[in-house]
Design a protein around this ligand. Structure first.
Ligand code: HEC
Length: 157
């Protein structure tokens, strides 16, 4: 009995370590085309999550479980976005992307835009936790401004 519990924990330990290894590998080893694919998919999820929050903020009917799910999607994108722009994922022959080359020529400006977004994403999650409609409305606006600020400078129309 004890032996099988121990075997089971070793099994879980081993599989967790394998998963951590896998996560670390994918975080550092995205090729250009993989990075483009990843960011497009994650930005689409981000768009859907943000739309859901905006719809609720506009209608005035808050559905907490949905808001929380959207909030988690947004903070996860904010945390992961830094991995998605290896140099080889810029506008080049064979890669279909709206990312502008200014992302790499003005990388300080791009990092700033990413940081602003992450800060407002965290505040969005806090507003969702607090659950006050007016705060959620204000924060959705502030968050939305960080999307458009980045798109204006770093994404093709
Ligand atoms: C720091 C910069 C930055 C921020 C902040 C940002 N985006 Fe984007 N977004 C981009 C770039 C760059 C692309 C183009 C990606 C590509 O084509 O490779 C993009 C693409 C998108 C797309 C299109 C994905 C597709 O290809 O179908 C959507 C939707 C989107 N963003 C929504 C949002 C929303 C909503 C927010 C804010 C909640 C946001 N983005 C914040 C840089 C940003």
């Amino acid at each position: 009995m004890e032996g099988s519990v121990r075997r089971l924990s070793i099994y879980f330990l081993a599989s967790s370590l394998a998963l951590i290894g896998l996560a670390a590998a994918t975080a550092t080893a995205l090729t250009g085309p993989q990075a483009v694919e990843t960011r497009k998919n994650r930005y689409r999820e981000l768009g859907a999550a943000f739309k859901s929050i905006n719809d609720q903020a506009k209608s005035g009917t808050l559905i907490k479980v949905m808001l929380r799910t959207s909030g988690r999607t947004i903070t996860a994108v904010a945390r992961d976005q830094y991995q998605w722009f290896p140099v080889a994922s810029g506008p080049a022959a064979g890669i279909s992307t709206k990312a502008k080359s200014t992302i790499w020529s003005d990388s300080a400006g791009f990092k700033l835009a990413q940081g602003n977004f992450q800060r407002q994403a965290d505040l969005m999650a806090q507003a969702i936790d607090a659950g006050q409609l007016d705060q959620i409305q204000r924060q959705a606006k502030a968050l939305g401004q960080t999307c458009s600020a980045c798109h204006r400078s770093f994404r093709e129309e």
